[in-house]
Design a protein around this ligand. Structure first.
Ligand SMILES: Nc1nc2c(ncn2[C@H]2C[C@H](O)[C@@H](COP(=O)(O)OP(=O)(O)OP(=O)(O)O)O2)c(=O)[nH]1
Length: 207
């Protein structure tokens, strides 16, 4: 299927993200779009949100909007999609691990427990937010053994630093889990079904 088979020509779609997972979700759905990374200081925004006691869903939406606005300034004619995902385990927020060692620490904290992937997506057009949605998939990780973690981290190597949970569900990460609740695309960082519903309602996609 050529990209854009269901799309009206206007407005152009821009995904304000550097995430290969988000790009892959949009490409697999056959959407025609451009992906542009937004240079936003996510750590600073997250830190101040935490300090002010802002809930993870609101913090993720703030980050998604910051990315979308940054890109919209460069592409004012486009409908810009911004996203952000925060992994929450009880009251801890996890970022993408900076190294395989940090990934191991994350997985040791997550194993045997259920965590949430608080995933915000919004659309920005004509200088304003025109739609938003938060999906919160829940993932129950097996109490994996140390030997399993050794094998998993050896297999995944640096890939574990590219995702918020140190796993790629669509890859070997599936072996980590006992149960999943929620849309797979949301787990990969982009709540696709709600987004497609909005794009149809907004006249971007054929109904
Ligand atoms: N391939 C894959 N990626 C995942 C999975 N779960 C979460 N992720 C990715 C999606 C996002 O790229 C990343 C969440 O971190 P962020 O929301 O900060 O996005 P990221 O910094 O990657 O890109 P962006 O801020 O949108 O430019 O984790 C998964 O199961 N598989």
């Amino acid at each position: 299927m050529s990209a854009g088979a269901f799309q009206a020509g206007d407005p152009p779609l821009v995904l304000a993200s550097a995430s290969s997972a988000r790009r892959a979700v949009m490409e697999a759905a056959g959407l025609r779009f451009e992906a542009l990374a937004a240079a936003v200081d996510e750590a600073a925004i997250k830190e101040s949100a935490r300090a002010e006691g802002i809930p993870a869903a609101d913090a993720a939406m703030m980050l998604a909007e910051a990315k979308a606005r940054r890109i919209a300034a460069r592409r004012p004619e486009a409908l810009v999609i911004g996203c952000d995902q925060i992994l929450v385990l009880e009251d801890r927020w996890f970022d993408k691990p900076a190294s395989p060692a940090e990934a191991r620490a994350h997985l040791e904290a997550l194993r045997g427990r259920t965590h949430r992937l608080v995933t915000a997506v919004l659309c920005w057009r004509g200088g304003q937010r025109v739609w938003q949605h938060v999906a919160t998939p829940r993932l129950t990780m097996r109490p994996v053994s140390d030997a399993f973690l050794d094998a998993y981290l050896a297999l995944e190597a640096e890939a574990v630093t590219s995702t918020v949970g140190a796993y790629r569900l669509e890859g070997p990460g599936i072996h980590l889990f006992d149960a999943l609740e929620g849309e797979q695309a949301s787990i990969l960082g982009l709540p696709l079904l709600p987004l497609l519903g909005f794009l149809r309602q907004h006249g971007v996609l054929l109904r």
